[in-house]
Design a protein around this ligand. Structure first.
Ligand code: ADP
Ligand code: TRP
Length: 346
């Protein structure tokens, strides 16, 4: 079956000169973001504001698979509004919103679910892990990748900046989009993952991938004193001050190098290899380097974080913009399936 040519064109056409490509990403409200989220996703995503049309959102529907406390859901969502504001998201030029403010996305999830092979979902890492551990698996966890595909496809997104752990979800999104397009005619833009190799997986203070669920994270925003304390807890080997050390296998250096200028990285790497440097010293330098980058944003974070009305205002403006796009794309998909498009502008 083939689509009406005009819509096929709009879905897949390369943007005209001067038209910016759309970048979209989401992050779950599961607590104050950590340095892994910052380096792996938030910072590269925000840098794209210069060249792209950015849509970034709080994935609070996704968080419902684990967050079951309504107050935590609200408060942790605010942590993200304040984070994106402090790190320089331009809420006027771009679009920042909360997933649950856009109900269209759950409707698209159903349409996409009807063309998603169950076998695809059974291969998802999160589902396989839960099964392997004999955990009870809820439908929300199984269909998590379908909701994520809807998030991405409903805004005609071209590029999705994420950390390495999201690569499989992006591949599934592409599969689902292609299958729908094949069955119903060109409807969705087939998006691309955008993974920055250098920061694809940041280690936590115990050397495993930094993750809230491992409790090995360095929170992006805390007091200076807490930041220093956490950095001092990074696990190292037991070499003494005089021993020569290997910067490439040391957890502290893996974090340090993302915050220090190239010259400082070279100097410190040489000091590791020469011996005569203790881990306490590089931890102090790492704390200072992180603090130099994050410190200036800390005040903005805590000021906005205290102001729910201001944060709700930011979210309301974002939702209005996001819903207009979501409604247009959802209607395109509804028509393809033989349903009446919804009237009215939300
Ligand atoms: P967590 O594992 O702490 O729950 P999330 O799954 O909420 O983190 O991740 C949000 C975003 O941050 C995703 O794009 C993810 O790829 C990225 N991210 C998370 N942890 C890391 C890490 N250790 N290194 C690089 N990127 C990461
Ligand atoms: N699953 C992502 C995570 O755990 C969050 C997310 C939800 C997302 N929807 C998205 C990321 C759409 C990118 C695009 O980090």
């Amino acid at each position: 079956c083939s689509a009406p040519p005009d819509l096929a064109m709009t879905a897949q056409a390369t943007p005209a000169p001067g038209t910016r490509r759309r970048t979209l990403s989401g992050i779950k409200p599961t607590g104050v973001p950590h340095l892994g989220n910052y380096l792996g996703m938030i910072k590269p995503a925000l840098a794209l504001q210069r060249t792209h049309d950015a849509f970034y959102f709080i994935a609070d529907y996704h968080a419902l698979t684990t967050v079951r406390d309504p107050q935590a859901m609200r408060e942790q969502s605010y942590d993200l509004v304040a984070t994106f504001a402090a790190l320089g998201m331009d809420f006027d030029a771009h679009t920042f919103f909360r997933q649950s403010d856009i109900p269209e996305v759950t409707e698209l999830t159903w349409l996409l679910g009807c063309v998603t092979p169950f076998g695809l979902l059974e291969r998802a890492h999160a589902f396989k892990d839960a099964r392997a551990k004999n955990q009870d698996v809820e439908h929300g966890l199984v269909s998590y990748p379908v909701l994520m595909a809807a998030d991405i496809l409903i805004y005609d997104s071209h590029e999705v900046p994420v950390g390495r752990d999201q690569q499989q979800h992006l591949e599934m999104t592409r599969d689902i989009a292609q299958r729908f397009n094949h069955l119903f005619g060109e409807t969705f833009v087939v998006p691309e993952a955008r993974i920055e190799e250098a920061v694809a997986t940041i280690p936590g203070i115990d050397g495993r991938k930094m993750s809230k669920s491992y409790r090995n994270d360095v929170p992006l925003f805390s007091t200076e004193k807490e930041l220093r304390k956490t950095v001092m807890r990074i696990v190292t080997d037991s070499k003494g001050v005089e021993d020569a050390k290997d910067p490439d296998s040391d957890n502290v250096f893996q974090i340090f190098r993302h915050f220090a200028p190239p010259d400082a990285q070279k100097d410190w790497a040489a000091r590791y290899r020469a011996g005569g440097m203790g881990y306490g010293e590089i931890k102090q330098a790492t704390f200072e380097a992180i603090n130099a980058e994050i410190g200036p944003m800390r005040e903005r974070y805590f000021a906005l974080r205290k102001d729910p009305a201001a944060m709700e205002d930011i979210l309301a403006r974002g939702a209005a913009k996001a819903r207009r796009v979501a409604r247009t794309v959802l209607n395109r998909a509804r028509e393809r399936c033989g349903y009446r498009p919804m009237d009215g502008t939300p």
